[in-house]
Design a protein around this ligand. Structure first.
Ligand code: ASP
Length: 447
């Protein structure tokens, strides 16, 4: 059995849904299908999930939510007209309206509405396949036991879910499972982080021990660098889970970063494929794949980081010093991304999106109260660049080649760090230099 997940751009309109269903029907092993909500097909298009979020915000703030609601219903009604799917539209409207309950706690209401995109799209795709005469059915996450933690908008799967869902290995016909959400033990709808349908697909693939988890999106391959920075970059045909994890975390948007763990543990390969070009074999993510050509598999980058540099003479002799700094972050509920250190200095690198307004300054002040420093400075507008490759481990001279590429292009490296796994090297640079730096590294390792 193959588990196939189709993302928002694969289901954005009637034409895309047709393509998706042709792909499903072209291989009888594709029997468990995970769908996203209708997404974006062209620039300026809006994802149904974003419309649902806007609708809840308007509903809670006393705005014109009815208008947004009508736009959402229209997305489904245009698809129903074009695909001649009858008898679903009233139910979809009733379902979405029913979720707007003023008595509900706002976080619960938000998650319930966010889930409406996937839930109704799964019903819609199942109805369309049925209308074509195929044996297809909607699979209910509540009924099959997609049980998640009760962290609204940020849920994680609970272990028992894998057992619950394993019965789907024996499913008759084609099952359409909505992505992105599940239910807490208390019975509330809870969603994964954004892009979370990838996680649903990975959980299902692991639960039924699928031969492969196909993840259909709108690119032919995972590329060695973002095509937005380098034109026609080299495709990556094979990569390891660890490499994909590092690349997704650091800005590759092809695959949700939290969606690797379930398939990694179950050893199910992931095949990234293009819904608009199904004859392309795509990229395959495997347990242990050793690259033979390039020492570097991919180069990723991400913006919007800030850092706090702390210097204190004899820091290495002061027991508990770093703990006191980190307790400030804990108290503030903020996690750091990297923590490079020297004998007398340490840097906290934090994602700007993790901070609320005014929180950065408060953290700096609290650190100054918690520990004595000889010097404390902050930097903003930083980007992190990561080079990733299993072969980094045994390859001499990669750091030298990298720093030379930076030097030749007059780019100042603000921080350099290599994790214990040694499959990645991380560099912090000023955001204004980031594009140039990534291009320079690409030319160094791939041209
Ligand atoms: N529809 C959700 C989002 O836009 C989940 C997904 O598509 O994976 O984030």
């Amino acid at each position: 059995m193959k588990v196939a997940k189709f993302g928002g751009s694969s289901l954005a309109n009637a034409e895309q849904i047709k393509k998706t269903c042709d792909i499903i029907l072209s291989d009888p092993r594709r029997r468990l299908i995970v769908v996203s909500a209708p997404g974006k097909f062209y620039d300026g298009d809006i994802k149904v999930t974003d419309m649902l979020i806007a609708c809840v915000n308007a509903f809670l703030d006393g705005g014109d939510y009815e208008k947004v609601l009508r736009d959402i219903i229209r997305r489904f009604s245009v698809m129903a007209d074009e695909l001649k799917v009858e008898g679903v539209l009233e139910d979809i409207e009733k379902d979405i309206r029913g979720r707007l309950d003023p008595a509900m706690n706002p976080s619960k209401l938000m998650d319930s509405m966010k889930a409406a995109g996937e839930d109704n799209n799964a019903r819609f795709v199942a109805a369309y396949l049925k209308s074509l005469g195929h044996d297809a059915s909607y699979l209910s996450p509540r009924e099959y036991g997609m049980t998640l933690s009760d962290q609204f908008g940020n849920a994680v799967v609970l272990d028992e879910t894998y057992d619950n869902l394993s019965v789907l290995a024996n499913i008759k016909g084609i099952g359409i499972f909505p992505g992105f959400f599940g239910f807490s033990k208390q019975g509330d709808i809870v969603t994964f982080p954004r892009g979370g349908s990838d996680i649903t697909g990975a959980i299902l693939a692991a639960a039924v021990k699928a031969e492969v988890y196909e993840n259909f999106t709108d690119v032919d391959y995972v590329y060695s660098v973002s095509p937005k920075i380098v034109k026609n970059p080299k495709p990556v045909r094979y990569l390891s889970y660890r490499e994909m994890r590092e690349l997704s975390y650091s800005g590759f948007n092809v695959y949700q970063e939290e969606a690797l763990a379930p398939v990694y543990r179950a050893n199910v390969p992931i095949n990234i494929r293009n819904v608009n070009n199904p004859s392309c074999e795509g990229s395959l993510i495997l347990h242990d794949y050793e690259h033979t050509v390039h020492p570097v598999t991919g180069i990723a980058s991400d913006d919007h980081f800030c850092c706090i540099n702390i210097r204190k003479l004899l820091m290495n002799r002061e027991i508990g010093y770093v703990r006191r700094i980190l307790s400030v972050l804990e108290e503030e509920g903020v996690s750091f991304e990297h923590l490079p250190s020297g004998i007398d200095d340490i840097t906290l690198i934090i994602k700007e999106s993790a901070l609320k307004e005014g929180q950065f300054d408060r953290i700096v002040e609290k650190i100054q109260n918690a520990v004595q420093t000889d010097e404390l400075s902050v930097e903003k507008n930083l980007s992190l660049i990561v080079i990733v490759g299993e072969k980094l481990l045994n390859n001499i001279g990669i750091a030298a080649r990298t720093t030379k590429a930076f030097a030749d292009n007059k780019i100042n490296i603000k921080m350099l760090s290599q994790g214990a796994s040694e499959i990645s090297m991380i560099f912090a640079v000023d955001t204004k230099d980031c594009g140039r730096a990534v291009a320079a590294l690409y030319h160094e390792f791939f041209d």
